[in-house]
Design a protein around this ligand. Sequence first.
Ligand SMILES: C[S@@+](CC[C@H](N)C(=O)[O-])C[C@H]1O[C@@H](n2cnc3c(N)ncnc32)[C@H](O)[C@@H]1O
Length: 226
Amino acid sequence: MSIEEELLKTKIDVLSRLRTHRINVTEQMKQAFLNVPREEFVLEKYKERAYIDTPLPILSGQTISAIHMVMIYISSSCSDPQIGNKILEVGAGSGYNAAMFAEMVAPEGVDNPGHVYAVEIIPELVEFAKNNIERTGYSDRVTIIQGDGGIGHPSEGPYDIISVAAASKQIPPPLLEQLKINGKLIIPVGRMFYQELVIIEKKSEKDFNERSMGGVAFVPLTGKYG
Ligand SMILES: C[S@@+](CC[C@H](N)C(=O)[O-])C[C@H]1O[C@@H](n2cnc3c(N)ncnc32)[C@H](O)[C@@H]1O
């Protein structure tokens, strides 16, 4: 079996095991997972573990999220991304989640591609994510920005989806402001080691619906709202 065939078989095995997490993997999510090479978003020494469904260390003591967590974020029951959507990701890390979102909102060949703006606070990771995104061919659909994502990225807002990949004790008000009406904010809220994955839908400038998707454990959000 060639390396490409081995890789495809591994990816299909990973997808079938996602059933244990009760994730409804749509055809588009499956294509996203098959298209984005996770092995290009991990450190060289972890390449062989790229398809183990676990968070892996990246630079500066941070992690790339587990595969099932990324799949939950891009699922229809969570952020429900649509082609053409504009997404703000807070916590770009390796850039993997941003590339996965790009596959959902701007798959190759569509007439109205969306875009992913991914903010990262640690300069070393900004470079890491930029290199990974460029090398894997997503620079036309993903922009990596250095900054405090807790304050959002107002110049490109409002957004259809704001996806936060770090745990916050509170919901940063600027992120609510930068959502479109009917837009969704996905954010792990709680203390260290345990948070609820909260989904907030903006119904009007003042009304928000909130629901939880259950317990998660993310690294902390730093910056103004950390
Ligand atoms: C779990 S990692 C994200 C993994 C990432 N989504 C990926 O695909 O690799 C959380 C990231 O959030 C970043 N972070 C924490 N606080 C932040 C803030 N205020 N603004 C932007 N990024 C932040 C961390 O530096 C870290 O890279």
